[in-house]
Write a protein that binds this ligand. Sequence first.
Ligand SMILES: O=C(O)c1cc(C(=O)O)c2c(n1)C(=O)C(=O)c1cc(C(=O)O)[nH]c1-2
Length: 223
Amino acid sequence: MPAEQFVGELRALAPRYWHDHPFHQRLHQGLLSKHELQSWAANRWYYQRSLPQKDAAILANCPLPHIRRHWLDRITYHDGDRPDTGGTENWLRMAEALGLDRTEVLDERHVLPGVRFAVDAYLTFARTKPWLESVASGLTEMFSPGLMRRRLADMREQYPWIAEDGFAYFTSRLTVIADEGTTTLDLVVEHATTRAQQHAAIAALTFKCDVLRAILDTVDYYS
Ligand SMILES: O=C(O)c1cc(C(=O)O)c2c(n1)C(=O)C(=O)c1cc(C(=O)O)[nH]c1-2
């Protein structure tokens, strides 16, 4: 299908994204208890720490050196270029700012079975599907900058007891995520040249929206 139609179909998945999930709505409205915020951070830790493995699986499946070179940055972003730096470290700081001990996040005692299933499904997807589909599944990032900006503003306002250091994950993520989303979209449009590849990319993005919603469904139900 023509590129504009393809992009239109990808963007049309926006309502399936997790921005308006009831748990996120309560987060924005300041209605979450400290315990619920802690559960959210400890469970999302499992997603955050799996992202570099997901990106490494994409690298492993991609035969194109220029794509691998480009994608490598994502792993470094999350893992940092030395210990105690990077996105996953910043997520731990968020968890600590919410009153969690680093040890209880790292040993994953709070990770709920449904969250584990959802995140593991994302990782298995990246390990087993063609690299282009896995890249397309990350296109949820197209939908996330507005949500993240709003989350940052609302959390600062609604939960003033959270120390500013806890927001480092979102402040640093916001500087890269909009670019990542558009670059990834260009990459998917360029490489999905057949109708079958375009449909697979749309299915991959649908799947990823469902992974994210399943994470929040579980956290919402049990916290
Ligand atoms: O806070 C959010 O709402 C949100 C959403 C998403 C997303 O849409 O997948 C990501 C992130 N954050 C994020 O911080 C992040 O590093 C990230 C990586 C990916 C991915 O699939 O590779 N998604 C997301």
